[in-house]
Write a protein that binds this ligand. Sequence first.
Ligand code: HEM
Length: 406
Amino acid sequence: MTAGDQDREPIAFDPSDPELARCPQRRYAALHAEGSSHRLALAGSPVISRYEDALWALRHPEVFSSELDIQLALGTERPMIPQQIDPPRQTRFRKILDPLFSRKRMLEIEPDLRSHAAALIDGFVGAGSCEFNRAFAIPYPCITFLRLMGLPREDLDLFLEMKDGIIRPPTPAGDLEAAALHRAQAGKRIYAYFETAIEARRSDPRDDVISDLLRANINEEPLTHNEMLDICFLFLLGGLDTVTATLGCSMLYLAGNPQQRRKLVASPGLIPEAVEELLRWETPVTGVPRLIKRNVRLGGVEFSEGDLVLILLGAANVDEAEFPEAARVDFERERKRHLAFGSGPHRCLGSHLARLELRVALEELHRRIPDYGVEPGKSPLVSPGIREVTYLPLVWDEGGRAAPGN
Ligand code: HEM
């Protein structure tokens, strides 16, 4: 950062603050109102908050690198592929992976997804209430993922346990050493699990993504065993909580905004637009980190080689310069090139899958339970970082109408 910037008071912006997680949009607007797009935040790290600057940073990996030295903190033994690798090496992996997650391929699993969603809803619709995160938002993406990877549905609980062992280790708050140890152990279990799954398909290839990875090659060069493991590890970490969090944030918004919800019930054709607008407004993956590879000036500010920066996707998505009336949630908004899936070479591999999961879930939920609300007297909880609604008590009556008080 420039000397001028360092002289300024850091803005109070703590990504681990639960209040910020609950309602970050006002704080993002305050960042923008401060003028410069780059601000000193927690621990003196710069953040990039303007849409235009975030887009530039995401599209220039030669300056804003994804090769951070954080693998140990996440329980991995090597960088996760392709997220923690820069182009041109990363490009080879995307050439292999993009066709496996194309829009066309994802649409093929829509009927399966719909029946998974319907079965989960069957489990709680008659009760007139549910804790949405546990009842739907957590299991639904996990069941989808098991189906895609060709893994047994009975592994659902094991999968959730392995993922949570990395993302939210059950260790005392603030005990970083214990958390790192727990993550390392969880990481070993994840490698071992996928080792077995890959080996089983070497002799018995099937119609699933793991078998596709075994068949894949670019220029006669197949993936190595470790490369496959490093890809599967990332799928597990990147493909489940993100969808859970987006579903929770979307349902919390719709529970509190009945006029908007009624629009979707009256015109289900609007749901794909609502999915996009809620991704923009809620941006559950609030930011992505990058390491500065060479000194650069962006948005009028110098960044120095070695700086660790946070590209604040959530703030970029409410930038008035890109989204007029950014604070208005408008399902029919014209400009909706949001950054909730990132941009540039690392743009989310699973965006077609995620969009399909979200659309099908919102269609099935609103068809069966058109009117619902947050249980009176209860307060939903939203976690910092990835904005998962960890506690979302919803109520409705047996006809799918909101209970009195909503
Ligand atoms: C609504 C749900 C989702 C959101 C909001 C989301 C968000 C993101 C974002 C912001 C990035 C960019 C990371 C960066 O630039 O460092 C990303 C990358 C990625 N996502 Fe997603 N994601 C979602 C669902 C999924 C799913 C279902 C999968 C399953 C395969 C997935 C797999 C990946 C992978 C593999 C990458 C790394 C791509 C690369 O580095 O080339 N994501 N995601």
